[in-house]
Design a binder for this molecule. Structure first.
Ligand SMILES: NC(=O)c1ccc[n+]([C@@H]2O[C@H](COP(=O)([O-])OP(=O)(O)OC[C@H]3O[C@@H](n4cnc5c(N)ncnc54)[C@H](OP(=O)(O)O)[C@@H]3O)[C@@H](O)[C@H]2O)c1
Length: 272
């Protein structure tokens, strides 16, 4: 399976989800991130956008990398994709069945636990959910598994408790935390792919930093493109959730931008 070098994020798009998903695919994105969490995502809108792109001959299912998530009751509103009275493993199975229906597919490329159940550590509930996710994978409904919003403690406990480490960690990436340095190095050592979100919105100070704006002027690119190019240079798989066609184009063009090793070092330490 080909893992794309950019993920298009579909959160917070509500009624525009279908048209923006279709636009993202038309613009060249081949990785799509969503969640079966109606509170922040409109997963069936993603499916409608993909169906429109398939109908128009823009792409096919097999060329795409589709990622969705299982979200605990606590992260949902009243629009639940499962019976809250059912066991956690039944909730995972129900949420997956609903995701596949929303997305018009028989499998997802990546299935992600949206966040552990407690901020303090890996719980029995998380272990049950993870084992249920592995079952989904074994049954062929997911190709790879991941976890999101995880701390180092979560990851250490999770990898100690289960034979199988995640293929992905998806986290909000703060420059002031060395761009999530500790977790990125945990991931690097284990060949886990680190997916970074909020690369622009969590790091506004970087976008305005004189070293970054000067570099952008020099290279005739935007500070946002510098940040995305930097993220890839340090081994991340970035997400963008732009609603603008122009920004989609710029974000994808950042793949051709190569920063010098010195620039990468400067940006890595810029907000510490
Ligand atoms: N796992 C989780 O808990 C979690 C949490 C949050 C997000 N996510 C995922 O990550 C995705 C991305 O979310 P995000 O938090 O990174 O924020 P985002 O929704 O992608 O917001 C990015 C912001 O940056 C702007 N932007 C994008 N490209 C730009 C460019 N080239 N130049 C200038 N501005 C640009 C966008 O404005 P324009 O729209 O005007 O371009 C937007 O305001 C979400 O859709 C979701 O799939 C996951």
């Amino acid at each position: 399976m080909l893992i794309p070098d950019f993920l298009y994020g579909t959160a917070w798009k509500e009624d525009r989800t279908a048209s923006l998903t279709e636009l993202a695919v038309r613009m060249g994105f081949r990785g799509i991130d969503t969640a079966n969490q109606r509170r922040h995502y409109f997963e069936s809108g993603v499916g409608a956008g993909l169906a429109a792109a398939y109908r128009a001959g823009v792409t096919t299912r097999s060329e795409l990398f589709l990622q969705t998530k299982f979200t605990y009751r606590g992260g949902q509103d009243h629009r639940l994709p499962y019976d809250p009275e059912a066991s956690l493993s039944a909730q995972v199975a129900q949420s997956m069945a609903s995701s596949l229906e929303h997305l018009g597919t028989e499998y997802v490329d990546s299935y992600v636990l949206h966040g552990p159940s407690s901020g303090y550590g890996w719980t029995d509930a998380d272990a049950k959910v993870w084992e249920a996710m592995i079952k989904e994978r074994t049954a062929g409904r997911a190709r790879l598994l991941g976890i999101s919003n995880a701390s180092l403690a979560h990851l250490e406990q999770m990898t100690a408790a289960h034979k199988e480490p995640p293929a992905f960690v998806q986290n909000r990436c703060y420059a002031r935390l060395g761009w999530d340095r500790e977790i990125r190095s945990f991931c690097n050592e284990r060949k886990i792919i680190y997916q970074g979100f909020s690369l622009l919105t969590a790091n506004v100070e970087v976008l305005h930093h004189p070293r970054v704006t000067a570099l952008a002027t020099d290279l005739k690119v935007t500070p946002a493109q510098i940040v995305f190019s930097f993220s890839r240079a340090v081994g991340m798989l970035p997400l963008t959730g732009t609603s603008s066609a122009e920004h989609m184009k710029q974000d994808l063009a950042s793949r051709d931008l190569v920063l010098s090793p010195e620039s990468v070092k400067v940006i890595e330490a810029i907000a510490e």
